[in-house]
Design a protein around this ligand. Structure first.
Ligand SMILES: [Zn+2]
Length: 93
């Protein structure tokens, strides 16, 4: 477990990645990526690092999920009620 998180931290320090890209690179499910991300958020805090999130965005009306607290993918857009959501991207700075 911890090795995957270390790999994730290294990958995200290098470049911005989406959950899908991370799941491909680290060979874990997208669902697990979100769990790891929330742990990573806590892990890196004392190191004065931050997980930067480029928010999810609706592909239909361009609504941006800026206020979203959870890291997981939203089911559908609160504005137009469509489910075409572009992925969020993450980076550690
Ligand atoms: Zn929308």
């Amino acid at each position: 477990m911890s090795t995957i998180r270390q790999k994730m931290i290294l990958a995200l320090e290098e470049k911005q990645m989406t959950a899908k890209e991370l799941s491909k690179e680290l060979k874990v499910s997208e669902k697990d990526i979100y769990t790891h991300l929330s742990h990573i958020q806590k892990t890196i805090k004392p190191q004065k690092k931050k997980l930067l999130v480029e928010p999810f965005q609706c592909l239909v009306c361009d609504f941006v999920f800026k206020e979203r607290k959870r890291l997981t993918r939203p089911g559908r857009c609160p504005e137009c009620k469509q489910g075409h959501i572009s992925p969020a991207a993450y980076q550690i700075k």
